[in-house]
Design a protein around this ligand. Structure first.
Ligand code: IMP
Ligand code: MG
Length: 180
């Protein structure tokens, strides 16, 4: 248990577990479509995962280009949510294999939106890598091609993921369990 900013945080996935999984994911990705590979990290939550994963991609012999897209969900409560582009990529994706990287696959709306967008723009193939899959929360048919870990239905922080911009720096994925 860690105490940070006066909150108790339980580790769910340790730095060691994550590091081990990274090389396995890179191996899986290298076995798939990688023609003129463009990696697109979905900001902001994926930035640490993407940074680790692209270095593992190098270790398995891939040399992707790397881009970033910032997406945001809107709508509240039971109103069906949409996704909008806050900051787009600059690269042309036509006829390229694309790997989308995100932190968490939950309802699936964010990544469905992103995948459809890239396919509409002419990407040859779009595959999806997520660190965590909250499978019980899915509200679309979206499945990731590469999943770091199945995640229980808790709000998680760390390893790039935040609550109100805090806790992104933690080297592990954890759950805030209460005040210290
Ligand atoms: P989806 O569109 O419902 O799949 O939303 C997934 C997005 O919600 C992720 O990219 C995260 O940014 C965010 N998210 C979902 N669960 C969590 C969490 O437990 N901690 C931090 N961010 C989360
Ligand atoms: Mg996100």
């Amino acid at each position: 248990m860690h105490v940070i900013r006066g909150k108790k945080i339980e580790q769910l996935f340790t730095a060691e577990m994550i590091a081990r999984r990274m090389d396995e994911l890179a191996g899986e990705i290298a076995a798939g479509p990688t023609k003129d590979l463009l990696v697109i990290a979905v900001l902001k939550g994926s930035f640490i995962f993407a940074a680790d994963l692209i270095r593992s991609l190098h270790h398995v012999g891939l040399a992707p280009e790397v881009e970033f897209i910032t997406l945001s969900s809107y709508g509240t409560g039971t109103v069906s949510k949409g996704v909008r582009i806050v900051k787009d990529i600059d690269s042309d994706v036509k006829d390229r294999d694309v790997l989308l990287i995100d932190d968490i696959l939950e309802s699936g709306r964010t990544l469905s939106f992103a995948r459809d967008l890239l396919l509409e723009r002419g990407a040859r193939h779009v595959s999806i890598a997520v660190l965590l899959d909250k499978h019980d929360k899915r509200q679309t048919s979206m499945e990731a091609d590469h999943v770091g870990f199945r995640c229980p239905d808790h709000f998680v922080v760390g390893y790039g993921m935040d609550v109100a911009y805090a806790f992104r720096e933690l080297p592990f994925v954890g759950v805030v369990t209460g005040d210290a």
